[in-house]
Write a protein that binds this ligand. Sequence first.
Ligand SMILES: [Ca+2]
Ligand SMILES: [Ca+2]
Length: 160
Amino acid sequence: MDRQGVLRRVTRFGMLGLAALGIMTVTTGAAEAKSTCSTGSKHVICFSINKIGTDQYAVHVGIDVKMSQQDAQAIIDQNGDPFDSWAMGADWFDNAEFRIPLTWVRAGANGLSAEFDINVPYNALDEDPDGGDELYARVRLFDQRTSTRTFKSNELHSPF
Ligand SMILES: [Ca+2]
Ligand SMILES: [Ca+2]
């Protein structure tokens, strides 16, 4: 398995383990793969950008939100997507750069979990034309019974 495959695996299975450690940033290699996980009182969110080709980057978001399985299933059973996710550029005002489509969503004993993935060229990540780029993931959870909740990852900084 190549290094990116290993990192993908760590990202996927490491979320709850990292939650126990609080905020943590993992950087693997030089400008090849970056990943960050952070935790709130009832959620864990991970954001990674992996270079997969000369001008191709795999952007990945994973989130776990603690709630009852019944609540999680009720949210999935609503009309429309339970989540959306955007890559955001951090600035004095924050721009939504591109949408990261939902790969899967699941209700489980620990709550509601989802992952989002997209491959983009570098210019999609170049949110500051005249400087370094700071990106984070914003995930919105649409609970139509109550309200919309917004979760933000830590920032990843160029070079990616
Ligand atoms: Ca910026
Ligand atoms: Ca830039």
